[in-house]
Design a protein around this ligand. Structure first.
Ligand SMILES: Cc1cc2nc3c(=O)[nH]c(=O)nc-3n(C[C@H](O)[C@H](O)[C@H](O)COP(=O)(O)OP(=O)(O)OC[C@H]3O[C@@H](n4cnc5c(N)ncnc54)[C@H](O)[C@@H]3O)c2cc1C
Length: 288
């Protein structure tokens, strides 16, 4: 089925207006941002909202601001804006790495970071990036706002802590000194979803050892978690090829990929290990 079921449509004029509309139209109303995930689901009748609340006029949710040691990103910020930002490339290069390999320019011009995180697709690249960067997200309702971690946001595939009458409004990235980050993905063809991908963020101590590290994997069954055994093995160790290889082996063991049209389990586990090694190497180079 390639035509959505009939629906009504309202264009919100402010965050307050969007929240009022969501409350007025109740459980069958749904926010639409870039529409690149929601509309395909509606065409396939996997989603059948009776009301679409369009938030594309909410320019107040489209920003990138460095605020002390936090980089604040509005939920309506488009992939293309993130990709083109020197601030992002300088402070959070893992985001730029990921944006380079997300879909194509058509999707990147409309798709938003808020929509990506709320879709909670296990193959979604920015979710892994936000987990690795230990981002927090701001969720607003008519009653106020709350700030939650990525672990709290993502409850499972396609399921988040954002309630039907709430909006995700902001993503907050901590900026840490002596920290580098990187993302790498293997896809069957340019613009495709990941066969597997890995992201890492590494903070170096003054003596050059690894003070802190986060490793995330996409599309290989590590949903909503980072590779904690690999991280523990690296913490306080000097960065070296041997340490990266040992950590990559742990990440490979801890992921749980399924065989599908993108490849068998062995291949995906191999990619998990290889990509983990590569992003650790690059993150350490960038931290120096
Ligand atoms: C051909 C194609 C290829 C793609 N390839 C990739 C890829 O390689 N990697 C990748 O990561 N992604 C990929 N995507 C997905 C793309 O990144 C989408 O832009 C993204 O998943 C959703 O963003 P959106 O703004 O379009 O959200 P929408 O489709 O508008 O919304 C998605 C969901 O989030 C909800 N929502 C949106 N914004 C908010 C908000 N602020 N508060 C609360 N709820 C909200 C909606 O109600 C809906 O449930 C691809 C998409 C397409 C069509």
């Amino acid at each position: 089925m390639q035509v959505p079921a009939p629906f009504d449509y309202a264009r919100a004029e402010s965050v307050e207006d969007a929240l009022t509309l969501l409350q007025r139209h109740g459980p069958e109303s749904r926010v639409i941002a870039g529409g690149h995930s929601l509309l395909p689901m509606m065409k396939l009748r996997l989603a059948r909202p009776e009301w679409l609340i369009d938030i594309n006029d909410l320019f107040e949710l489209d920003y990138l601001v460095e605020d002390g040691d936090v980089l604040r990103v509005g939920a309506l910020t488009r992939h293309a804006t993130l990709l083109g930002s020197d601030l992002i490339a300088g402070k959070l290069p893992i985001v730029t790495d990921a944006e380079r390999v997300i879909a194509d320019p058509v999707v990147r011009n409309r798709g938003t970071i808020g929509g990506s995180l709320c879709q909670a697709d296990p193959a979604e690249d920015l979710s892994t990036v936000c987990e690795v960067l230990r981002a927090q997200v701001v969720i607003r309702s008519l009653d106020g706002e709350r700030v939650v971690s990525m672990e709290e946001l993502h409850r499972g595939p396609y399921e988040t802590a954002v309630e039907q009458d709430e909006l995700l409004t902001e993503i907050r990235f901590p900026i840490r000194p002596r920290t580098g980050s990187a993302y790498e993905k293997v896809e069957r063809r340019v613009g495709d979803w990941a066969v597997a991908a890995a992201g890492a963020s590494v903070t170096l101590a003054d003596d050059g050892t690894i003070a802190d590290v986060a490793i995330g994997l996409t599309s290989v069954g590590l949903d909503g978690r980072t590779a904690t055994r690999a991280e523990d093995a690296l913490r306080n160790a000097p960065p070296s090829e041997e340490a990266f290889t040992a950590a990559a082996e742990l990440a490979k063991q801890d992921c749980d990929p399924v065989a599908d049209q993108r490849g068998p389990v062995d291949y995906k586990r191999h990619l998990a290990a290889e990509l983990t090694k590569r992003v650790l190497r690059r993150a350490v180079e960038r931290a120096r």
